[in-house]
Design a protein around this ligand. Structure first.
Ligand code: ZN
Length: 249
């Protein structure tokens, strides 16, 4: 597997994945400059306006969203998808639809078949320990994608620099991931456990047979970018969107 690190670039208020851009796709993560895109803190109509403006600016018909529940369910999004299917990952083969997973500190995982469907997953500690990245790859493969042709990009999230968890959560992760958790959980500066969400998802994508994985390596808490975070003083609990879609040709 080829791991491409720290390549994302910001343009027009969107952090963008060069790997996905090079395939003619839009893949990225919205910054605070475009406003909050989801969540309960800002007015819902304001956030809907922000999403419509995002879709319009990128040349898409609309943003498809999920009712995210920190699970591992993957659903198909098409032109008539109910915007509130309960799931944490989705895929589409329809150009003009922009898939948007809400995230502040959770990991947006974006995956594309260069000539076929694209998918997005929302992976916090729950989704990651439930291997949602593997579930999304499986869904794409079921649609005819060859895992060896898939390109995956891991967007900004809380990084191993900052993601300190408690012992109970670490125990759940260890139990779910088994021996795979060995290199992903380690003691941080104050002795409390740290969970490396980025490496965990790289590992899962590799295990699922994906050959090219790009990793943004930008921490939403300490990385200095203008992104929402639920932790620390930065932002006030707005939420960004990890986005992927194939423009209408
Ligand atoms: Zn950090």
């Amino acid at each position: 597997m080829t791991l491409v690190e720290a390549t994302w670039v910001e343009r027009d208020g969107i952090l963008r994945s060069p790997a996905l851009s090079s395939l003619g796709l839009v893949g990225g993560f919205t910054t605070r400059a475009l406003g909050s895109m989801a969540g309960g803190v800002f007015p819902l109509d304001e956030q809907e306006r922000n999403r419509r403006a995002l879709a319009a600016r990128l040349g898409f018909d609309r943003v498809v969203r999920l009712k995210q529940v920190h699970g591992d369910r993957v659903v198909h999004a098409d032109a008539v998808t109910d915007p509130w299917l309960e799931a944490d990952a989705m895929w589409t083969a329809t150009p003009g639809l922009l898939l948007g997973v809400a995230a502040a500190d959770c990991v947006p995982i974006l995956i594309a078949d260069p000539d076929g469907p694209v998918g997005a997953a929302h992976a916090g500690w729950q989704g990651t320990s439930k291997r949602i990245a593997v579930a999304l790859v499986s869904a794409l493969v079921d649609e005819g994608a060859d895992p060896a042709r898939l390109v995956a990009s891991i967007g900004p999230s809380i990084g191993p620099c900052c993601y300190v968890i408690d012992d109970e959560r670490a125990a759940v992760i260890r139990q779910r991931l088994g021996p795979d958790s060995a290199d992903l959980l380690f003691a941080g500066a104050d002795g409390r456990p740290v969970f490396d969400l980025w490496s965990a998802n790289v590992q899962q994508l590799e295990q699922a047979g994906v050959r090219v994985v790009e990793r943004c390596d930008l921490c939403t808490q300490s990385g200095g970018a203008d992104v929402w975070s639920y932790r620390g003083a930065k932002g006030t609990n707005g939420t960004g969107l990890g986005i992927i879609g194939r423009p209408r040709s």
